[in-house]
Design a protein around this ligand. Structure first.
Ligand code: GRF
Length: 212
């Protein structure tokens, strides 16, 4: 088991609007999460997440296949940036790319993600964003939700740390369901990170770093 001694330094990877990032930054500011957000990396130069990070005084980096052609170079740059900022726990917050093996190995068991569905259902390559909600509706499920899990180098596959459930309602569209799920994501991610940061939730040691 691995726990953090005090106020771990958080590094984020995000591709989009950054509403989960914002909820976490705010919760760190109020002391709800005993951690220090220090760095946001995005593959998308125009990501709202980068604006939110800059507004909160965090370091920001745009690292992508454009800045680092070749998957190995990008992977190494991400790993090195996290290390250079003393990041202890990596938080994926709407990051649309797969982490490379160097980063996963360097932070094995210390990378968390939030997924807008009830894993292990509706996970894996191509299952992101509206695709998840469309699949839930197509299957006729009566509930959906969000999952916080450890990242092990495969899409959406690491050990599950926490889940929140929402009902699927008659007449739901992917958009209305997405909104309901997002409504529980922020609280779930904040609560889970609070438990990790203060040691109530120990991260399982030895989460394998899958190659590729
Ligand atoms: C969330 O729905 C999250 O579950 C998924 O990507 C989305 C990110 O939203 N991984 P935001 O950028 O945090 O608003």
């Amino acid at each position: 088991m691995s726990t953090f001694t005090s106020a771990p330094r958080l590094g984020f990877l995000a591709s989009g609007r950054g509403s989960n990032l914002q909820a976490i930054i705010d919760a760190c500011a109020t002391g709800r999460i005993a951690a220090r957000p220090v760095l946001v990396i995005s593959n998308n130069r125009a990501a709202g997440a980068l604006e939110r990070a800059a507004a909160a005084g965090l370091a920001t980096l745009h690292l992508s296949s454009a800045t680092h052609p070749g998957p190995g170079a990008l992977d190494a740059a991400i790993r090195d940036a996290l290390a250079a900022h003393g990041v202890e726990l990596v938080v994926l917050a709407g990051y649309m790319k797969k982490l490379g093996p160097l980063t996963v190995a360097a932070y094995a068991g210390r990378i968390v993600n939030i997924h807008p569905g009830l894993l292990p259902k509706y996970g894996g390559q191509g299952m992101y964003g509206m695709h998840v909600h469309e699949a839930v509706l197509a299957a006729g499920d009566r509930e959906s939700g969000a999952t916080v899990h450890l990242v092990d180098g495969e899409y959406d596959r690491g050990p599950i740390l926490a889940q929140a459930h929402v009902p699927v309602l008659p007449g739901d569209t992917p958009e209305t369901l997405a909104g309901r799920v997002l409504g529980v994501e922020h609280a779930l991610y904040v609560a889970t990170l609070a438990r990790i940061a203060d040691g109530r939730l120990s991260l399982p040691a030895g989460v394998a770093a899958a190659a590729g």
